[in-house]
Ligand binder design. Structure first.
Ligand SMILES: C[S@@+](CC[C@H](N)C(=O)[O-])C[C@H]1O[C@@H](n2cnc3c(N)ncnc32)[C@H](O)[C@@H]1O
Length: 222
């Protein structure tokens, strides 16, 4: 697979969000990376062409459907969705990414973390492309359950993760949760999804290493 661009722009003092009485926050160093990296990458302003995974996901949605782009980064996927007649709602925990997305696409990107997903039957699809890999493993069941609640019945989910085991920081200080394919299958099943497609591959990311990955498309049961 081709090398993906790297993201990010500045600030970081607001990630303290209440949930059920607890205070949860995105990993500070991870968000600091995304906040600080954006302006370095001029290609973030290009739209490029929609990839097969995005087109295959959109094919599962009703025409004009609403899509939560969770951990949208520069929101290129949302820009494609909008061009294709869908209604994207791009959200991210990085202020730098939000600013970049809105500068590039004027698309209404807004600050919202995985822990803020409390919408009910609001979307026909959720696009979580290489974003949930920054959630702690212990939080994945709860976040996937919140995504299921945010979807309408039979809503579609795209999730892309790096495969492997454990949780660790990369050389850019971003914290990752690596999952196995059966593990992600199980997590989706427990959250109330039927997995429709599994695509495994490898990709060179920001650190320059060629890492294994998995993409799953799933439908909410019911
Ligand atoms: C690898 S980038 C992927 C961006 C985009 N989905 C794409 O494919 O181009 C990961 C994104 O997840 C965001 N992110 C990390 N932790 C998050 C959290 N707890 N809540 C929301 N977004 C988060 C980062 O700020 C970053 O923009």
């Amino acid at each position: 697979m081709a090398q993906r661009p790297c993201w990010g722009a500045a600030d970081n003092d607001r990630h303290s969000l209440p949930l059920n009485g607890a205070f949860l926050m995105p990993d500070k160093q991870t968000i600091a990376f995304y906040d600080s990296a954006a302006e370095r990458y001029a290609n973030l302003f290009e739209k490029g062409s929609a990839g097969k995974n995005l087109n295959d996901f959109l094919a599962l949605l009703p025409a004009g459907g609403a899509v939560l782009d969770l951990g949208c980064g520069p929101a290129r996927a949302s820009a494609h969705m909008r061009d294709a007649g869908f209604l994207p709602d791009p959200v991210d925990a990085s202020t730098g990414m939000i600013e970049l997305a809105n500068k590039a696409h004027n698309i209404g990107a807004r600050l919202l973390t995985f822990d803020d997903v409390d919408m009910v039957a609001a979307y026909d699809g959720v696009w979580a492309n290489f974003s949930l890999l920054h959630a702690p493993r212990a939080d994945l069941p709860r976040i996937l359950a919140a995504i299921a609640t945010a979807l309408r019945p039979r809503g579609a989910l795209h999730v892309a993760m790096k495969t492997g085991t454990g949780e660790e920081r990369d050389t850019l200080d971003r914290k990752y949760t690596y999952v196995s394919v059966p593990e992600l299958n199980g997590l989706l099943d427990e959250a109330g999804f039927d997995v429709l497609a599994t695509v495994e591959g490898k990709e060179v990311g920001c650190t320059g290493t060629n890492d294994p990955l998995v993409v799953m498309r799933a439908r909410k049961r019911g």
